[in-house]
Design a protein around this ligand. Structure first.
Ligand code: ZN
Length: 647
């Protein structure tokens, strides 16, 4: 609920405030060094305030026309804004819990917070002048206090809980201490995001404990607290770690269990995966491998260590710094038919704008579901691969098995392309299983994808004399209409159907009163076997003539395997044996690393088969079913054993 009467009052109050801020030399000195344009978008009033400190003189403006540039955008409602100015909002926490959605150079914007501190005196002044003294009460303060008191009363008597700071923690102090970092240079500094995540986790943990106390349960069991991979080393962060540790000690009564015995809780559902196996999946989810930037390196090391322990030979392939793909090779002899290769990607897509109910890196388990970014796409698949590798290792059955963990799949298979260029490290591959989410239904292939950009050029002129120019948007418009009706003249594929085309973006022109000299169109084409990237490029060029230049931005090849192939029949039988469901020939809706790997490996029969739920891929509160992971381990193990046996 907005505390303001209406949009008009809101705009007036904030405009007055910013005029004051710009006229306070103390504040302006603090902001002087940062050349930045911050856009505050207020969702409830559907209006945007731009604070522009990029020029010589700072300025503010409301609802700039068109796409005004900005460095960072803070999306929130007017109530959150009010709380911010009342110093009643923990900004980093608000960002971590997505009360404020921040886009762009968030770090740069957060740095400005200490400089803005004196502003907080100005806001109450402005409110008073506008006759809104009634807004000067801090809404959240009372609530926070009560929660903590209640937490203290129910807590164990032997610990002095009043010495803990109340949550949420204020981050402003810690950000100030960033100016003079301590410790040796060689120590890697924590990213603000790591810190946010840690704080967020501590807060959820505190809430979890508070609830347990309220329910009259003094936790006596050990708790697993996923803290992601946050490295917390700076001075300010040490306070955080200390608090976390104290809370943790209380939870486990001062007794820290050894790593391997950590448990979630005693009331477990009937899951057949062991605690260690669940822990593997939770660990995988705790790695932030959001692409961009990816940072698959640590995740790769984690996987490599487990499989090395189980007798695999590990090779790492980096296509860029920290962008590590991993190859795990069995030590068994290589037969003529080659090895069976299981493949999966470690990166995930970003979290999106909608708030998550469950920590995207927490691996929270609710009944048969486990939540987290990548749960379905496709860390559940990776977990099933690792567990299969471990199982084969324990049974001493690793023979002719290759496991491939790729980086950078979500950005057109960068990691797989690099492996394809170095495919000699894999040896001969006789069959490929891509463990992408199919809910354990085997898929015989997928369409390919091509992203094109068509650039139309013209000659600029004044809009009052268009005859002197050459309008690039008219050309782009003609291109769009031609593409809409495009026919690729390729026979329909029995499994993958026909190619499709979609114009997804169009842009061009700078201002209304000019003839535009540039316009561009972004096109997505889904291809089927028999239609190569060159064919598409040729056909599009011929179609649009001299109206524009065509460039391929990204390409992934189609993949398809004959349902009658012997190995496919074998796998279908195995899947039916495990799931009780007879597989039907079908294709996956998305493309995979197989686009690059299958052709590079000499086109072995290729299946897409994995435990994730395809409909959960890239979604908010993504989850997968633990029982499906278990099923996948069963299927993969049988596929590998059959492969070794048939030798
Ligand atoms: Zn995927």
């Amino acid at each position: 609920m907005t505390p303001y009467k209406d949009k008009e009052e809101f705009v007036k109050i904030l405009s007055t405030l910013w005029e004051r801020i710009f006229n306070t030399p103390e504040i302006m000195q603090g902001l002087g060094g940062e050349k930045i344009i911050v856009k505050f978008r207020f969702t409830d009033f559907d209006t945007s305030l731009y604070i522009d400190n990029s020029g010589d003189k700072p300025a503010y403006y409301w609802d700039a026309e068109g796409d005004a540039p900005f460095d960072v955008e803070m999306i929130q409602n007017s109530e959150t804004s009010h709380k911010f100015w009342m110093e009643d909002l923990n900004v980093p926490l608000a960002i971590a819990t997505r009360k404020v959605v921040a886009k762009g150079s968030v770090q740069k914007a957060l740095k400005l917070l200490p400089a803005l501190k004196p502003d907080f005196r100005l806001y109450p002044q402005v409110l008073r002048e506008m006759g809104r003294d009634d807004l000067l009460q801090k809404a959240g303060a009372k609530k926070r206090k009560r929660r903590f008191k209640w937490f203290g009363r129910k807590g164990p008597r032997t610990y002095d809980l009043s010495r803990l700071e109340p949550f949420p923690l204020s981050l402003v102090r810690e950000i100030e201490s960033e100016e003079k970092p301590k410790g040796p240079e060689a120590v890697k500094a924590a990213e603000p995001l790591d810190l946010l995540r840690t704080i967020h986790t501590i807060r959820s943990f505190e809430e979890h404990l508070a609830k347990a106390f309220k329910d009259g349960e003094i936790p006596t069991d050990e708790y697993l607290v996923p803290i992601g991979k946050a490295r917390v080393v700076r001075q300010g962060d040490a306070v955080t770690l200390y608090l976390f540790f104290v809370t943790y000690l209380i939870a486990c009564k001062g007794r820290i269990p050894p790593r391997k015995k950590w448990k979630r809780n005693k009331r477990r559902n009937s899951m057949a995966l062991t605690q260690d196996q669940l822990l593997i999946l939770q660990e995988l989810l705790s790695f932030d491998t959001i692409n961009p930037p990816g940072n698959e390196d640590e995740c790769a090391s984690f996987i490599g260590d487990i499989l090395e322990d189980h007798g695999f030979i590990i090779q790492r392939l980096e296509f860029a710094p920290k962008r590590t793909s991993l190859v795990a090779l069995s030590k068994g002899h290589q037969s003529d038919k080659g090895a069976i290769c299981f493949c999966g990607h470690m990166d995930t897509v970003p979290l999106g704008n909608a708030p998550w109910e469950h920590d995207p890196f927490g691996g929270k388990i609710v009944d048969d579901k486990i939540y987290g970014r990548g749960a379905s796409d496709m860390k559940s698949g990776l977990a099933a691969m690792i567990m299969t590798g471990a199982r084969l290792g324990e049974m001493d059955l690793r023979k002719d098995v290759v496991m491939l963990f790729t980086a950078g799949e979500e950005t057109f298979c960068e990691g797989a392309r690099y492996i394809a260029e170095h495919s000699e490290v894999l040896g001969k591959i006789g069959a490929l299983v891509v463990c992408e989410p199919t809910s354990n239904r085997p898929m015989l292939g997928h369409r390919g994808a091509i992203h094109l950009k068509v650039r139309a050029k013209g000659v600029a002129a004044h809009a009052s004399m268009p005859e002197l120019g050459d309008n690039a948007i008219y050309k782009a418009a003609e291109v769009v209409l031609k593409l809409r009706d495009m026919d690729f003249h390729v026979t329909r594929h029995p499994l993958l159907g026909s190619p499709t085309i979609n114009v997804g973006t169009i842009s061009g022109g700078k201002n209304i009163n000019s003839v535009p000299d540039y316009a561009s169109v972004g096109v997505d084409i889904r291809t089927v076997p028999g239609l190569t990237a060159e064919d598409v490029l040729d056909q599009v060029r011929r179609l649009i003539g001299d109206r524009g230049e065509v460039e391929i931005l990204n390409y992934a090849a189609p993949v398809s395997t004959d349902a009658e192939h012997e190995w496919i029949k074998e796998v279908f039988d195995i899947v039916e044996g495990v799931t009780g469901e007879k597989p039907k020939p079908a294709a996956a809706p998305y493309f995979t690393d197989a686009s690059d790997l299958t052709p590079a490996l000499g086109s072995p029969p290729t299946l897409i088969l994995g435990p994730g739920q395809p409909e959960m891929a890239h979604k908010t509160d993504e989850y997968c079913y633990i029982s499906k992971v278990e099923e996948a381990v069963e299927i993969y193990t049988k596929i590998a054993m059959k492969w070794a046996e048939a030798d």
